[in-house]
Design a protein around this ligand. Structure first.
Ligand SMILES: [Fe+2]
Length: 296
């Protein structure tokens, strides 16, 4: 008996027809303005069918949505937890710096074990996807950033759908994609930015295709605590990626106000430096999940 024909994948470099069809649909539906991502939510603990559908629709189009609740509803980890659960996000990635419930408060702190890591400072964080240093069995496919309090100034996020990054790179040169799909394209030393204690160096691809056929991306624009493969093709591809993250018109800017949050399939994002005041001390709750946002 012959094996069943493999399903066409847009991420197969040998299948240009599948790529062109997917690319056309993706570009036609990609949002132009960050306002298109926003869904007003009355009670985050109980989304209406229409609210949930609106969030899911944006995640299908753009791999991300922004929910906006009234500021007074957004003070506890129950909000991102409930939003996630209603979107099929159930398995939280827990690291030793997280609170016991697996949802991590991100705020500038002067002391304690967190103070040595950039997310817990008021400094800018360069482009990355979350958990790029995780081993494959703890791959982060979705995450939520929920704003409890904004900074006095700064702290905005830029976001970029990783599928659009894939398209920009493949259109520029398919060799960029081949280079970044190599299993040893990127290596993270055993101990990394957020104090994760890994079993050893984590080597892996930047782009990979999950069992469900969806594209996954591991990336950081950091230059410390990361070793790129010594390969001219990888060097050229990462240089091109950095260039497009700074210049692509589809990069969106978000300023989360209290009660707002982003839920996404771990898209590329960064964070601007910020300044706190007594009235506005930035606090963002972060939840990372192994599942993608459920679209059914
Ligand atoms: Fe992040």
């Amino acid at each position: 008996m012959s094996a069943p024909a493999a399903l066409a994948s847009p991420f197969d470099l040998a299948d240009d027809a599948a790529y062109r069809a997917w690319r056309g649909r993706k570009l036609a539906s990609a949002p132009t303005f960050s306002e298109e991502l926003v869904v007003e939510v009355t009670d985050p603990l109980r989304l209406t069918a229409a609210e949930r559908a609106a969030i899911v629709e944006r995640c299908q189009r753009a791999n991300m949505a922004v929910y906006a609740t009234a500021p007074q509803t957004g003070h506890g980890s129950e909000v991102p937890r409930a939003i996630g659960a209603q979107l099929g996000l159930r398995t939280l990635d827990v690291n030793y710096l997280a609170d016991d419930d697996g949802i991590t408060p991100l705020a500038a702190t002067d002391d304690g074990p967190r103070s040595g890591y950039i997310p817990y400072t008021n400094r800018a964080i360069r482009w990355h996807t979350d958990g790029y240093y995780n081993p494959p069995e703890r791959r982060i496919r979705a995450m939520i950033l929920h704003c409890v309090q904004r900074a006095e100034a700064g702290g905005e996020n830029r976001v970029f759908d990783h599928e659009l990054a894939y398209i920009a790179l493949r259109d520029a040169n398919p060799e960029f994609i081949a280079a970044l799909m190599q299993d040893d394209a990127m290596t993270i030393p055993a101990r990394s930015e957020e104090g994760e204690v890994a079993r050893g160096d984590q080597s892996g691809p930047v782009f990979s295709v999950d069992a469900d056929g969806r594209l996954h991306m591991r990336y950081t624009a950091r230059t410390r605590s990361i070793a790129w493969k010594f390969d001219p093709a990888v060097h050229a591809a990462t240089a091109q990626l950095l260039q497009l993250l700074d210049h692509d018109p589809r990069v969106l800017r978000l300023r989360l106000e209290p009660g707002m949050g982003i839920v996404c399939n771990n898209v590329l994002h960064d964070r601007a430096a910020f300044t706190d005041s007594d009235a506005h001390r930035r606090l963002v709750l972060r939840a990372r999940y192994y599942e993608r946002v459920q679209t059914a």
